[in-house]
Design a protein around this ligand. Structure first.
Ligand code: FPP
Length: 248
């Protein structure tokens, strides 16, 4: 079967009444994708951006309401300086080039992570994009940038202490649900589905509070090869799961 037909068949098999509300993705394997082609690692990141554009568009069309992508972790600063700079440059390029399409497609941009450590240019572009897309309704695109799950929880605990000290909240009112307001994803539902590409099966400090009852689907393909068809396969696998949330 040619690719177009296969994609259509997969799409038809998706149950539109069981579309996950929130999908989170660990986009892994850019470096290995490039190495396999005797290309520099940066070529993998660049091709990865094309998949970001594709998956954002398909997500909105499928009716997914929140898409969270892991673009840069707090640990990624340990990579060679050139690679870090390249990734930051790609993000600036993505925001600048795609802003029009993002607005046209009714996508609201949100960043999870501490943007103060980013370059002033990137920080400004991000703040501008958040402002210009804040009314958009179709899909929230959370870009996890300088993000770490443990860091997010510690930051949340500090904010709770501040609120308690200033009599804004009573300690008795802190519970699993109310604590969510202190996370970067405040007011958003937890991810229903987490996808990690490239065959690795780790959480890598990603949304560790929010992923408590999330379904994990691992795809063997490297992120730059993760096209619409591979995405549909993951959605289908998710739809075949029986979610019990600890019950029977
Ligand atoms: C993991 O692959 C990927 C990353 C650390 C960066 C992901 C970034 C992008 C896809 C591009 C920028 C994103 C946006 C939102 C425009 P890896 O480098 O760890 O691959 P490897 O495990 O094969 O070495």
């Amino acid at each position: 079967m040619i690719k177009g037909n296969k994609e259509k068949t997969l799409k038809k098999n998706i149950d539109l009444s069981k579309i996950p509300k929130h999908v989170a993705i660990i986009m892994d394997g850019n470096g290995r994708w490039a190495k396999k082609r005797f290309l520099p690692r940066t070529a993998g990141h660049r091709e990865g951006v094309n998949r970001v554009k594709e998956i954002v568009e398909v997500s909105g069309d499928m009716g997914i309401k929140y898409l969270t992508i892991y673009a840069f972790s707090t640990e990624n600063w340990n990579r060679p300086k050139d690679e870090v700079n390249y990734l930051m440059g790609l993000l600036i390029e993505f925001i600048k080039k795609e802003l029009k399409t993002i607005i046209k497609n009714d996508v609201k941009i949100n960043v999870l992570g501490d943007i103060n450590r980013l370059s002033p240019i990137l920080k400004k572009e991000i703040e501008n994009t958040i402002e210009l897309t804040k009314q958009n309704k179709k899909l929230v695109l959370n870009i996890a940038l300088n993000y770490g799950g443990r860091d997010e929880i510690i930051r949340g605990i500090k904010m709770v202490f501040e609120d308690i000290n200033n009599d804004r909240i009573d300690i008795e009112d802190i519970n699993e649900e109310s604590f969510k307001k202190y996370l970067y994803t405040k007011d958003q539902p937890d991810p229903d589905l987490l996808i990690r590409t490239s065959g690795e099966m780790r959480l890598s400090n990603f949304l560790i509070y929010q992923n408590a009852y999330t379904e994990f689907v691992f795809s063997d393909v490297y992120w730059p090869d993760f096209n619409t068809m591979e995405y549909y396969k993951c959605i289908k696998e998710y739809q075949n799961r029986n979610r019990r949330f600890g019950g029977l």
